[in-house]
Design a protein around this ligand. Structure first.
Ligand SMILES: CSC[C@@H](O)[C@@H](O)C(=O)COP(=O)(O)O
Ligand SMILES: [Zn+2]
Length: 210
């Protein structure tokens, strides 16, 4: 099996799992997986598709600049530049971007702080952090309609082979060394967002939620 087919299948599996979670509203979301390092190429979702569907045209191979690396009528994701920034700056192997109601609410609620901080949650261990009372923080950036501008702002927060950024009232972009790690981190962030949104609502009812 060629490396492209192997990586295609790996990304298709992650895509199906995120689709089963209903994280691809209204064609939103984009995913990618690195295929080669030198030269850098990665498979990215084709733009504007319903990512819940599985087809032979789900992904296309692009280069370090996010341009198609082979002849195709498919258009790479509109947000391919953000993926390219991650692969260009880190050893990440997979990038996942989803829009959810909870990640949008958290991005709006904490926008003025420039980040959202979570602590006191067992699921923080999914990030490989084992200390008691550890805190995790996710930066929140403005959502620029101009993608090169968004990618430049986004790049300021791309440090390390695993990480995540919230784009205000848009969505989350998570990356990891492997597809497994990226998906695990994405699920942990979404758990924390949902937990926090529900906690805030329950606190308003006067129930004893910390
Ligand atoms: C309808 S979602 C809005 C899109 O501009 C974008 O944010 C998105 O996530 C999906 O765009 P795509 O070009 O299909 O990767
Ligand atoms: Zn998006």
């Amino acid at each position: 099996m060629s490396i492209v087919v192997k990586k295609w299948n790996e990304l298709a599996e992650v895509k199906a799992e995120l689709a089963a979670r209903d994280w691809f509203f209204a064609t939103s979301g984009n995913l990618s997986i690195k295929v080669t390092d030198d030269p850098l190429t990665f498979l990215v979702t084709a733009s504007g598709k319903d990512k819940r569907k599985q087809t032979d045209e789900d992904f296309l191979l692009v280069d370090a600049a996010g341009k198609p690396a082979e002849d195709t009528h498919l258009k790479p994701s509109a947000e391919t530049l953000l993926h390219a920034e991650i692969y260009g700056r880190t050893n990440a192997g997979c990038v996942l971007h989803v829009h959810t109601v909870d990640n949008n609410l958290i991005s709006e609620l904490y926008a003025q702080n420039g980040e959202a901080v979570f602590s006191g949650q067992e699921i923080i261990k999914a990030f490989g952090i084992w200390e008691e009372n550890a805190a995790v923080r996710i930066p929140i950036i403005d959502n620029y309609a101009d993608i090169p501008t968004l990618a430049r702002e986004f790049a300021n927060y791309v440090h390390g082979d695993a990480g995540a950024v919230l784009i205000q009232n848009h969505g989350i972009t998570v990356w990891g060394r492997t597809a497994f790690e990226a998906k695990k981190h994405l699920e942990a962030w979404e758990f924390l967002f949902r937990w926090q949104v529900k906690r805030l609502l329950l606190q308003r009812t006067g129930l004893p939620v910390g």
